[in-house]
Design a protein around this ligand. Structure first.
Ligand SMILES: *Cc1c(COP(=O)(O)O)cnc(C)c1O
Length: 406
């Protein structure tokens, strides 16, 4: 299938390029020391991760530890309530071990660390979800794990900090600047520069310098591969539309990669938060412009000085001022349509899915559910497959405090 002169039959052979580019996006904008470390990871990725030994070990882990394949559920009552005849389905990443899709790439990255003979994994975390997933993977492989976290976030995310510590990770407090995610990213990169002989940096989404956007996409592609096969065997057809929420964009890239070469409409959903004013949302692909941050070129939200702008979303996993370079590329090609839903629509979807289907979605995933519902209302027939990236247990206290029980 061709789209704007890009041939999707050979897409994964050509994108990213050897330098890590998806069109003009991606690449590697980092110091020479870090560049050397990234090259080591890239060459290890191509030799180790493509070997049958690595692939079969990862498959065994996915099945016996993570609980994959995760099912697809048909949403009978929600489809009936919408009433247009459109059938809604969800891919249940909420049933993946630790309750979200993030473990898919953390297990891959930590297995690579083991094969490379590294003793430690290093990462930053904001809300703590990536930290918990990586601490889980490190415990499984017997690796040390240092998670850098701003002191503001440490205070806000006490349960996740406790989880990481129980799993044996060291939570390193970052106190300078605003002491949140941005400072934690800088501190983790610095630590990696010092320790790269013994450690590997594990990024939490399809962002950062090459090879991470490619590597994380490939580890997450299990979601799309499973979903395509499962949907075909459940219904005899492909879905008409696929929907996923986009923060950095890893759950979305995993799902989308299974359907890029099919006649399927693909939608990425960003958080509109409180509205379209700068600072009230985190819809970078909707309102951002081209720029470099955290070592890669993509579409980002900038403040007046060209620095990453402050962002907001009800979902802490989506409040990132940029998105992965591959999303920027697919947006420009027109292969994926990116759109937004606001906090209010999201919270509505959170309660609707819980009440009608007995599935409490993560507030991040509720963005995709809200959009899937809106889309189903505009379609006369057909089917929509939504990636339910995680479960909502972590969001319960916050939702009840802020919105009450609806
Ligand atoms: C972290 C997270 C996200 C956002 O990350 P992506 O890389 O955009 O997928 C979405 N859903 C859940 C449940 C998360 O924990």
């Amino acid at each position: 299938m061709k789209f704007n002169n890009v041939d999707f039959d050979t897409y994964f052979k050509n994108y990213p390029t050897a330098e890590g580019y998806f069109g003009k996006y991606g690449g590697s904008y980092i110091s020479p020391e870090l560049q050397r470390a990234m090259e080591e990871i890239t060459s290890a990725y191509f030799t180790i991760c493509k070997s049958s030994k690595f692939i079969s070990e990862l498959r065994k882990i996915r099945k016996e530890f993570q609980g994959r394949p995760t099912p697809i559920s048909y949403l009978e009552r929600l489809s009936a309530k919408i009433g247009t005849g459109v059938q809604l389905y969800v891919k249940r990443e909420d049933l993946n071990h630790t309750g979200a899709h993030k473990l898919n790439h953390c297990m891959g990255e930590a297995l690579l660390a083991k094969y490379m003979g590294k003793k430690k994994v290093i990462a930053e975390t904001g809300a703590g979800q990536h930290g918990v997933a990586l601490a889980t993977a490190a415990a499984y492989f017997g690796l040390e794990c240092d998670i850098y976290m701003g002191s503001v976030d440490i205070k806000k995310q006490a349960p996740n900090v406790a989880r990481m510590k129980i799993l044996g990770a060291r939570v390193v407090e970052v106190t300078h600047g605003l002491a949140t995610l941005k400072e934690a990213v800088d501190a983790a990169f610095e630590a990696y520069c010092r320790e790269y002989k013994d450690a590997i940096y594990c990024i939490g989404s399809v962002v950062g310098p090459h090879p991470f956007p490619m590597m994380v996409r490939d580890f997450q592609s299990v979601v799309g591969i499973e979903a395509r096969e499962q949907f075909l065997s459940m219904t005899g057809e492909l879905p008409d539309a696929v929907v996923a929420c986009v923060g950095g964009g890893s759950n979305a890239m995993g799902m989308f990669s299974g359907f890029l070469n099919d006649p399927v409409d693909i939608y990425g959903v960003e958080p509109l938060g409180r509205g379209a004013k700068m600072g009230d949302h985190a819809a970078s692909l909707q309102y951002g412009e081209e720029g470099v941050m955290h070592g890669f070129n993509s579409i980002m939200l900038k403040d007046e000085n060209g620095e990453p702008a402050p962002v907001y979303s009800v979902a802490s996993g989506l409040d990132y001022p940029s998105s992965g370079p591959e999303h920027a590329f697919l947006r420009d090609l027109g292969r994926v349509k990116y759109d937004v839903v606001d906090d209010e629509e999201t919270v509505d979807a959170f309660f609707t899915l819980s009440r009608l289907e007995g599935i409490i979605p993560a507030i991040e995933s509720s963005h995709a559910v809200a959009y899937g519902m809106k889309l189903a209302k505009t379609m006369g027939k057909g089917s929509v497959l939504i990636n339910l990236s995680g479960r909502g247990d972590k969001d319960m206290d916050y939702i009840i405090e802020k919105y009450g029980i609806r």
